[in-house]
Design a protein around this ligand. Structure first.
Ligand SMILES: Cc1cc2nc3c(=O)[nH]c(=O)nc-3n(C[C@H](O)[C@H](O)[C@H](O)COP(=O)(O)OP(=O)(O)OC[C@H]3O[C@@H](n4cnc5c(N)ncnc54)[C@H](O)[C@@H]3O)c2cc1C
Length: 379
């Protein structure tokens, strides 16, 4: 069987994989993307759909807060059509934490605009009593699968201009075998019988990262943490969050009249085990009842669960190269880039860092332009 030659093969069509695909294609690379299901069907499509503004992390993790704030600004510029709803309000009771958070937000250039509390109570009469402060943040809704589709479509359009005839996207398929040959070539065969030759693999399979690395007798030390989101009829038109030390059940995100309450945080031993915890409904209603007491008696319409891959920086097979804080890019073995962690909000940045490394290795000097080029409309 003849092999199609690509500069890079990306595995996984979530926020990360599609952002990497877009960046590689915009820099002129021949790139292919394999997704085993639908775009965004992993953690991306099971997330809160919140374009994070950074306020949650200002005290605990300032560098992540800064990254989120910056990416939030970029996505508002390049993808306004994927953003909807209203900027979230944050409500706080703990004077000490509020003081620290507002000072840190100012220092880090994270949006945290003090509001008139009386006006906020008038706008949202269902709010619990006793809040000391209300703040407007830059957190707002984003269409997560729309973002994946827009990145893919833009990458495909560029690919067809630069490398006419290359298919580029292989949906409902997965890697069946992955062989490493002399001279840094990888041969990829898919379950649908495509065969590719490439010098670069980007493993953007999120919590399933080790299932790809195992094909090369490799692996990284991942732990898995699941988060459950509960959906019910909303009590507010606006997304609301608790301004307190980061923990479970602090976000009430409103999508088209439905409130998404989340999240839990539970260790599991494998992503295939992910399912709502038996007590998730009770826990989330209890925690978010502190924000809006009415949630405790609303009917649960559905619950869903996403899995966060947690990587401690070590590998089972020697030293990988690790970059950054909240997300990690591990090159191991040489030419295979595993990208884990981070947020859907920071996927563009994660892609930029990954593609910078790949470009340097392959001798491509095209600069990253994904922060400037507008994403296309998606149907
Ligand atoms: C409950 C919860 C809520 C969250 N809310 C937010 C939020 O509001 N805002 C935010 O910014 N971040 C949020 N996050 C974090 C965010 O969802 C993730 O950081 C992000 O979605 C990860 O994207 P990804 O592309 O790396 O992984 P995924 O979205 O999991 O994508 C991996 C893809 O790889 C595919 N795949 C797996 N194995 C293979 C294979 N062998 N072959 C081919 N394809 C394969 C999967 O089908 C999947 O599509 C949340 C996380 C959780 C758990």
């Amino acid at each position: 069987m003849s092999k199609i030659i690509y500069d890079a093969i990306v595995v996984g069509g979530g926020a990360t994989g599609t952002a990497v695909f877009r960046d590689l294609a915009l820099r002129g690379f021949k790139v292919g993307l394999i997704e085993r299901g639908d775009l965004g069907s992993g953690c991306t499509g099971n997330s809160h759909g919140n374009l994070v503004g950074g306020l949650r992390y200002v005290v605990k993790d300032p560098s992540v807060a800064r990254e989120c704030a910056s990416e939030n600004r970029i996505l508002r510029e390049i993808a306004p059509h994927l953003i909807s709803g209203q900027d979230n309000y944050w409500l706080g009771r703990d004077d000490n934490y509020i003081r620290k958070a507002l000072a840190a937000a100012k220092e880090l250039d994270v949006v945290a605009e003090l509001l008139n509390l009386e006006e906020v109570y008038r706008e949202i009469p269902e709010l619990a009593l006793g809040f000391q402060v209300a703040v407007r943040s830059a957190d707002i809704n984003i269409d997560t699968t729309g973002m994946c589709r827009a990145c893919l479509n833009q990458g495909l359009e560029k690919l067809s201009k630069n490398h006419f005839g290359l298919k580029g996207y292989y949906p409902n398929d997965t890697i069946a075998t992955l062989d490493r040959r002399e001279g840094g070539e990888f041969v990829v065969r898919t379950q649908r019988n495509w065969a590719f030759s490439t010098r670069t693999i980007v493993n953007a399979t999120g919590a399933w990262a080790n299932s790809v690395l195992e094909l090369l007798n490799s692996g990284i030390n991942l732990k898995y943490n699941q988060g459950t989101i509960l959906v019910q009829e909303s009590l507010s038109q606006r997304g609301l969050q608790l301004l307190e030390k980061p923990g479970d059940g602090q976000a009430y995100i409103v999508h088209n009249g439905k409130a998404w309450l989340g999240t839990t945080s539970t260790s599991i031993s494998h992503p295939s085990e992910a399912r709502p915890e038996d007590d998730a409904g009770e826990v989330l209603r209890g925690l978010l009842g502190k924000l809006l007491p009415g949630v405790e008696v609303r009917r649960t319409e559905k619950m869903f669960t996403g899995v966060r891959p947690l990587y401690d920086g070590s590998t089972e097979f020697g030293d990988g190269r690790e970059v950054s804080r909240d997300f990690q890019i591990v090159e191991m073995p040489s030419g295979v880039y595993t990208v884990v962690g981070g947020k859907m909000t920071t996927a563009r940045l994660m892609a930029e860092k990954t593609v910078d490394s790949i470009a340097q290795r392959l001798g491509n000097t095209e600069p990253c332009i994904t922060d400037k080029v507008k994403l296309p409309e998606v149907k």
